[in-house]
Ligand binder design. Structure first.
Ligand code: SAM
Length: 289
């Protein structure tokens, strides 16, 4: 078992470096010894596969990934953790820690420079404050990766994995199902972290699809329609689209009826095919916003 999951060891290393947890950076470090080996084993890391980790913290997951992967590049924003990581990961010669903001980093370039000719996966215990934007960024950039395995808050996991057309779905569910096949792997209790957050978490794996499951004639417009549809969740689809696409309500109602969708329908009832049909109708109506 790794020393890094011994809560006393981690506390001692962090305190020796004068480290204090930053809530703003979503710093809840894993201290449950069973979680990281399981996550590393399920993310697809092996001797021919490189791993990008976002937010290594004290290096607990990095350590497990490094034992399985060809190479790990761990991207950490908090520079106070760099000396900590230099100490905790000293025994690994296949780990590079990059001091960078994952929201701004050029991942295409990183993959080209660090993992040429290898399969690549992403694995991370994500800081909760960037869960949706970072996932959207990783997916929209169509990175050449096989899968993205992340720990997120349980509620976010449910939303991300919900099939479009079901009650729990949101804009992110549609985006996720466009690019990948999501799977919930296992739940992680709040007590597995230091400090313990208020809510439980879950590990999900997004298996990247080669082709989207539906044909969207204009991808950008498709996502604009999806975002607009969920903008005002409590309102009807017609009202939400009218506000989100700056179109008169009557024009939206006509357009929905033309593709067989009642104007009282709600965004969460729409399947991917229906969103694609709405986007095509918006485009045909010359209302490409
Ligand atoms: N992987 C560690 C673990 O499981 O114990 C730490 C996970 S903690 C939930 C999130 C980590 O992401 C922290 O180390 C935090 O400093 C880092 N982080 C926060 N925002 C970031 C960003 N924009 N780019 C890269 N790392 C970030």
């Amino acid at each position: 078992m790794s020393k890094l999951t011994d809560i006393n060891y981690v506390k001692a290393v962090l305190s020796r470096h004068g480290f204090t947890f930053s809530k703003a950076l979503g710093q809840n470090f894993l201290v449950n010894p069973s979680v990281c080996p399981k996550m590393a084993a399920l993310c697809g890391a092996d001797a021919d596969t490189g791993v990008i980790e976002i937010g290594p913290g004290a290096g607990v997951l990095t350590h497990e990934l490094a034992q399985l992967a060809y190479k790990v590049v761990a991207v950490e924003l908090d520079e106070r953790l760099l000396p900590v990581l230099a100490e905790t990961l000293a025994g690994h010669n296949n780990v590079t820690v990059l001091h960078a903001d994952a929201m701004k980093l050029d991942f295409h370039r990183l993959i080209q420079e660090e993992f040429a000719g290898k399969d690549v996966v992403i694995c991370a215990n994500l800081p909760y404050y960037i869960t949706s934007p970072i996932l959207m960024r990783l997916l929209e950039e169509r990175l050449p990766v096989k899968a993205i395995t992340v720990m997120v808050q349980k509620e976010a996991a449910d939303r991300i994995c919900a099939a479009p057309g079901t009650r729990a779905s949101g804009a992110i569910s549609a985006a996720v199902h466009y690019y990948c096949e999501p799977e919930q792997l296992f739940k992680v209790s709040a007590g597995s972290f230091l400090p313990a957050p208020k809510v439980d978490s879950a590990v999900i794996r997004l298996n990247i699809l080669k082709e989207p499951p539906i044909q969207a004639a204009d991808e950008k417009l498709f996502f604009k329609v999806v975002r607009a549809a969920f903008l005002q969740r409590r309102k009807t689809l017609a009202n939400s689209l009218s506000a989100g696409l700056s179109m008169p309500k009557s024009a939206v109602s006509d357009l929905l009826i033309s593709v067989g969708i009642p104007d009282k329908a709600r965004a969460e009832e729409m399947t991917m095919q229906q969103f694609a049909a709405i986007a095509s109708a918006v485009s045909r109506a010359g209302e490409n916003p």
